[in-house]
Design a protein around this ligand. Structure first.
Ligand SMILES: Cc1cc2nc3c(=O)[nH]c(=O)nc-3n(C[C@H](O)[C@H](O)[C@H](O)COP(=O)(O)OP(=O)(O)OC[C@H]3O[C@@H](n4cnc5c(N)ncnc54)[C@H](O)[C@@H]3O)c2cc1C
Length: 402
């Protein structure tokens, strides 16, 4: 389907999870794709690639279906843990919401996987696919759009190489160089909070239950993963720094106090890492044959476990838009096709950005009357199957605004 002057239909800069998944999705629809990734392949093999680290990712039901369609779900599922119940509570106050798979009539609410496992599986698939060329390490250094294509230049093996494609997808992460180069506005909201990530082993088994605990300092999530829990603990920046520097005993005592004893005593804590928490909104996501994808287009705080799930829905929409364009003899890099995709994606992105923002900020107001209203709100949700179902559908990617 390549235009006669182009080498590839699509170039993707960034071989993180979104870039690789997008490459596979388009290649399965017979588009020729070239992926440029700055990281070394060796980093993927040795679990040292920064995009494929130890973080645990919640795969919602809509994303599970996507990984199934790409053919990687059986391998991914073998390394995953099912979430069958979710328990939401407030630290030190009454009011709880419980979600259960049997109450919602679904086999599972979600699955938890490790970013490094998903990244490794995607990398293997991409390197095998006959419609995909993967250059790594390769750093995009320049690009310029012409009437019918975009010229892409990159550094690889100490030389500068170039090729042409109809469309350039920028999946180059939250600090997207392509976005800056195009002069696209990125509105950043800094939550002045840091997420501490660690594996936690507890005395009692998780029984496939995930916990979300809301407090004035920020939300905490505990995700069931094999014989342990994946912790995401949001704290004000200074407090997070002192918790990162604390020894294991001090850290465990503070965490136990924040977590409570629902899972018994904490018996072991893994290595801690941290992520600053911010939100990035990009009102205009395409320009001159270039489209932003994944974190380059929208970055949300990890506490809602939605960033990649949202990115996946973007990939599905883009694939459908490009197939539709081909069927109607339209240029896949045209403003018409890219604006059609953008208009369909924007309401979904806004809903998730808002949902995550509410989680991050709602519990910051610590006043008696507001606390009571919040407790009542949680009780109300807990006693309303309709509301619970709507929340489940939003978080599960099942009520997406197409
Ligand atoms: C702690 C944590 C927990 C999370 N939990 C969840 C969760 O439970 N569920 C969920 O859905 N999401 C979750 N997320 C979000 C999810 O991890 C991200 O949305 C997703 O990984 C973003 O992937 P990406 O490919 O867009 O960006 P990135 O992973 O940042 O990848 C960008 C890639 O581009 C490459 N690159 C950059 N510039 C260039 C260049 N000039 N040339 C070539 N290559 C370049 C980089 O090397 C990198 O590999 C979590 C995030 C964090 C931090």
């Amino acid at each position: 389907m390549a235009h006669k002057t182009t080498d590839y239909d699509v170039t993707i800069v960034g071989g993180g999870i979104v870039g690789l998944a997008c490459a596979l999705s388009l290649a399965c629809e017979n588009y020729s794709v070239h992926v440029l990734e700055a990281g070394e392949p060796q980093q993927v093999r040795t679990n040292n690639h920064p995009s494929f680290d130890d973080r645990t990712l919640v795969v919602n039901p809509a994303s599970q279906l996507f990984w199934q369609q790409l053919g990687i779900w059986p391998e991914l599922a073998a390394h995953s843990t099912a979430v069958n119940r979710v328990h939401v509570s407030q630290q030190g106050r009454f009011g709880t919401v419980r979600f259960a798979h049997d109450e919602l009539n679904v086999a599972h609410l979600a699955h938890v996987v490790e970013a490094k496992v998903l990244g490794r599986i995607l990398w293997q698939q991409v390197t095998k696919h006959h419609n995909i060329s993967l250059s790594a390490p390769a750093q995009l250094t320049e690009f310029s759009a012409a009437k019918e294509d975009v010229l892409v230049q990159y550094k690889s093996d100490s030389s500068v190489k170039s090729h042409r494609s109809r469309l350039l997808l920028a999946a180059d992460g939250a600090r997207s160089w392509v976005r800056q180069k195009l002069g696209l506005t990125a509105i950043t909201k800094n939550y002045q909070r840091t997420a501490i990530i660690a594996n936690v082993v507890t005395e009692l088994p998780h029984n496939h239950c995930a916990y979300e605990r809301l407090s004035a300092s920020g939300p905490m999530a505990l995700l069931p993963f094999h014989d342990r829990m994946g912790l995401v603990w949001t704290l004000p920046e200074q407090q997070a720094q002192s918790m990162l520097q604390a020894d294991d005993k001090e850290f465990t005592t503070a965490l136990q106090q924040a977590m409570g004893y629902r899972l018994g005593r904490i018996s072991r804590i893994g290595q801690r890492s941290s992520y600053p928490l911010y939100r990035i909104t990009v009102p205009q996501q395409y320009k001159k044959r270039v489209l932003l994808m994944g974190n380059a287009a929208h970055t949300v705080s990890p506490v809602s476990a939605q960033g990649l799930n949202l990115g996946v829905r973007g990939i599905q929409r883009l694939t459908a838009s490009l197939v539709n364009a081909r069927n109607n003899n339209r240029d896949i890099g045209s403003d018409q096709v890219l604006s059609d995709y953008h208009n369909k994606s924007w309401p979904d992105q806004q809903a998730i950005l808002q949902y995550t923002d509410d989680l991050m900020t709602w519990f910051k107001l610590d006043q008696p009357i507001i606390n009571q209203l919040r407790s009542l709100g949680l009780l109300l949700v807990d006693s309303s199957p309709g509301l619970k179902n709507r929340l489940y559908r939003l978080a599960g990617g099942l009520s997406e605004v197409s």
